[in-house]
Write a protein that binds this ligand. Sequence first.
Ligand SMILES: CC(C)(COP(=O)(O)OP(=O)(O)OC[C@H]1O[C@@H](n2cnc3c(N)ncnc32)[C@H](O)[C@@H]1OP(=O)(O)O)[C@@H](O)C(=O)NCCC(=O)NCCS
Length: 174
Amino acid sequence: MTVTLRRATAADVPYLVRLLQGPDVAPFLAAVRPSTAEALNAEIERSERDPEAYGVLVSELAGEAVGTVTWERVNSRSRIASIGGFAVDPRVRGRGVGIEMALALHRHLLRERGFHRIQMEIYGFNERAIAHAERVGWIREGVRRKAYLRDGTWVDGVLFGLVQEDLDEAESPG
Ligand SMILES: CC(C)(COP(=O)(O)OP(=O)(O)OC[C@H]1O[C@@H](n2cnc3c(N)ncnc32)[C@H](O)[C@@H]1OP(=O)(O)O)[C@@H](O)C(=O)NCCC(=O)NCCS
């Protein structure tokens, strides 16, 4: 199985709207994450206009879109990127597609793009995503307690980071 990543284009918008607004994705992503066609078009335009600083990506399996993720450069001097909106299509979950997609993303950002550190935050209630993150090498770095109001309840944000050395170590033989 090979999962590849490419930059999203305007042609992906209908797929991304369906995926991001779906009941298996929307409750798990940040409430402020864009998911309307208009907002996604604006994000994709920004990703095309400023490819060194921002990316809206689509993952593919056998030529078919199976997920999405975004990244944003948040610190140029220290080469840090934040990851957001990581989502695997519910049709292909539980098969390791998310694992392949995450590893491709880590290599792309930490090797090809030369970021030193990537980081992301997952809601504390999102046990599946937390297990997935730990499975693909993210290091848990802390918790923002009761940071976000979701459906009338304060929920934690769990902070994850991954630096170039973590990836080197994970990929070194033996
Ligand atoms: C979080 C998310 C990306 C995880 O994807 P996933 O497919 O559920 O899980 P993974 O990619 O880690 O794949 C591992 C699963 O595949 C199974 N699997 C089956 N065949 C496999 C194979 N050949 N290789 C590896 N794993 C395999 C594993 O047993 C595991 O299943 P389990 O979680 O039931 O134990 C996905 O659930 C999702 O998109 N959720 C909604 C959005 C979200 O929460 N995003 C994160 C916010 S930051």
